[in-house]
Write a protein that binds this ligand. Structure first.
Ligand code: ATP
Ligand code: MG
Ligand code: MG
Ligand code: MG
Length: 515
């Protein structure tokens, strides 16, 4: 399961939700593409009804006595969990394994998981409902409560038109422009009581938080730790019985490292790079692919075509921040151009956040560490890791650098191991030095928005409209918000967005401010 919209309550609502829009025959409009499977349990209170989107695997509303669990996503520390739980737990699917962990540890189970998931659980014996995210909140989880029940979904847009007065849920964040639609924070198990009544309560239990302390291992120890944890993160992300994995490969050190570990473990590993007529990193990516022997391909699109992917990027990420959209746009465009069929994609996304790759020119180790701490405190809600980005093309992504164990190790290294002897991301480069060409190990960071020409393509489009350079940022922001209002709040399918009109109206709005 990689998406869902369900209703939990005491009143049956056929078709999965309130109101006419979700009666049978008109499924909620997810951006993720896959098989829609009904989620239904009318045998016990609270009643469950709704829709899950799957990629070929069976739906996962699993039950254990009075407990029901819906899990979107997957777990990466299965071996540790089954070791602790014993018995025949190794044969369980991820959702059943989580149920077994719940039986043992209760809500504390969510502090033990290393995974990429959103989970919804009801325990009729205690009247508790739990809505939980992984440590990074990498699978967005949205809630909307009213006096008759609780709706939960992995996409805010599917909750934007619920009838009934919403009730506030403490410990959550409201979606822009969607009153009552609340996001469960990263690394949180939200414990709800009184669902289906006016006295619903919510208590946010933090299950992970970025480390603030720093460790002082020696060089060798740090390099070995990072190398081992990255290798494990890639291995646990390669699940058996599936098509060969694909690595989205830029030619930079981060995706190069993921590609190296993937190729070493999975025969037939594929790699793919995207570029535009403005810019590409094809030579750098090709030398990695040749070195590793991956089945490599290149996808080039015109920069005008790339910018026109913005409605899809906004529909997938459900954000209004144009800077983050510039990082995500080339990936969304790439995912949408990959072969159809089930596909597991590994990325090198996010390595720069704990390693301070974007802050390589800061003056001191303290300013580097302070930037890292700031970025780690501010990632939640940016939705950079959302599975919907590739789900919009029917693919599943996973990000080894944001594996919980990798992230814990990377964040907590003292900054002098991240920038050392004038080299940024030093510890990672050292850990990968035997696995990649020397030129890749030494290659300076190039942001995805730079290497693909995304920033300049979007800017160029606006300059061509007669926008002044100092207004470009404002118009990008206006465009992002306008697109968000269309594809998230008004649930317009991205293909029905009038892009030219969006540009013109955003330009006009900023010009009016100028006067
Ligand atoms: P570095 O940060 O050192 O440049 P990188 O290029 O691997 O390394 P980013 O630039 O931060 O990392 O990009 C994030 C991720 O997005 C990459 O690791 C890669 O998985 C993906 N990516 C970036 N650019 C491209 C591209 N042109 N084609 C395919 N995938 C890309
Ligand atoms: Mg990065
Ligand atoms: Mg990077
Ligand atoms: Mg790069």
């Amino acid at each position: 399961v990689y998406g869902f919209r369900v209703r939990i309550g005491t009143e049956g609502r056929p078709g999965g939700g309130p109101g006419g829009h979700s009666e049978p025959g008109s499924a909620p409009r997810f951006a993720v593409r896959g098989t829609h499977v009904p989620v239904h349990d009318g045998t016990a209170y609270p009643l469950w009804s709704g829709t899950a989107v799957t990629l070929g695997r069976p739906p996962v509303l699993v039950a254990d006595g009075q407990v029901r669990l819906l899990l979107a996503g997957e777990l990466y520390n299965r071996a540790e969990l089954t070791g602790a739980l014993g018995g025949s737990s190794a044969a369980l699917g991820d959702a059943e394994l989580l149920l077994a962990a719940w039986r043992r540890w209760g809500p504390g189970a969510f502090r033990l998981l290393n995974g990429r998931f959103a989970a919804l659980l009801t325990d009729a014996s205690t009247g508790a409902t739990v809505a939980a995210t992984d440590h990074a909140g990498s699978v967005p989880l949205w809630l909307r409560a009213d006096v008759t029940g609780l709706s939960a979904a992995t996409e805010a847009k599917t909750l934007a038109h619920e009838p009934g007065r919403p009730l506030g849920l403490s410990g959550t964040h409201t979606a822009p422009g969607a009153a009552g639609v609340c996001r469960v924070p990263a690394g949180t198990a939200l414990l709800l009581h009184g669902v289906g009544g006016s006295d619903i309560t919510a208590r946010a239990v933090r299950t992970w938080t970025p480390p603030l302390s720093r460790a002082l291992p020696g060089e060798r120890e740090a390099v070995d730790l990072v190398g081992e944890r990255l290798a494990t993160a890639v291995r646990t992300r390669l699940r058996g019985g599936e098509a060969a994995p694909t690595v989205v490969l830029s030619g930079g050190i981060d995706s190069g490292g993921v590609a190296a570990h993937t190729a070493a473990l999975a025969p037939g590993t594929r790699s793919v790079s995207m570029g535009t007529e403005v810019s590409d990193e094809f030579d750098a990516a090709r030398s990695v692919a040749v070195h590793l022997g991956t089945a490599h391909s290149e996808i080039r699109l015109h920069s005008a075509e790339l910018v026109r992917e913005l409605p899809w990027a906004v529909a997938a990420a459900e954000i209004t921040d144009p800077t983050v959209l510039e990082y995500l746009l080339p990936l969304v465009a790439l995912y949408r151009r990959l072969d159809t069929g089930p596909l597991r994609i590994l990325t090198g996304y996010g390595a720069d956040i704990p390693l301070g790759g974007m802050h390589r020119r800061t003056a001191s180790l303290w300013s580097l560490d302070d930037e890292i701490a700031g970025d780690m405190a501010g990632f939640d809600g940016l939705n950079e890791m959302s599975p919907v980005l590739a789900g919009i093309a029917g693919k599943w992504t996973t990000h080894p650098y944001w594996d919980r164990a990798v992230l814990d190790a990377l964040v907590s290294l003292e900054p002098g191991l991240k920038r050392r002897r004038g080299t940024d991301k030093w510890v990672l480069r050292q850990a990968l030095s035997g696995l990649l060409p020397a030129e890749t190990v030494a290659r300076p960071k190039l942001g995805i928005h730079e290497g693909s020409g995304t920033t300049s393509a979007w800017t160029g489009l606006l300059l061509a409209e007669g926008i002044r350079r100092d207004e470009v940022t404002a118009v990008k922001g206006a465009m992002a918000r306008r697109l968000y209002d269309a594809v998230v709040i008004d649930t317009v399918p991205p293909e029905d967005v009038d892009f030219g009109e969006t540009v013109r109206r955003s330009v006009d709005a900023v010009r009016r401010l100028r006067l």
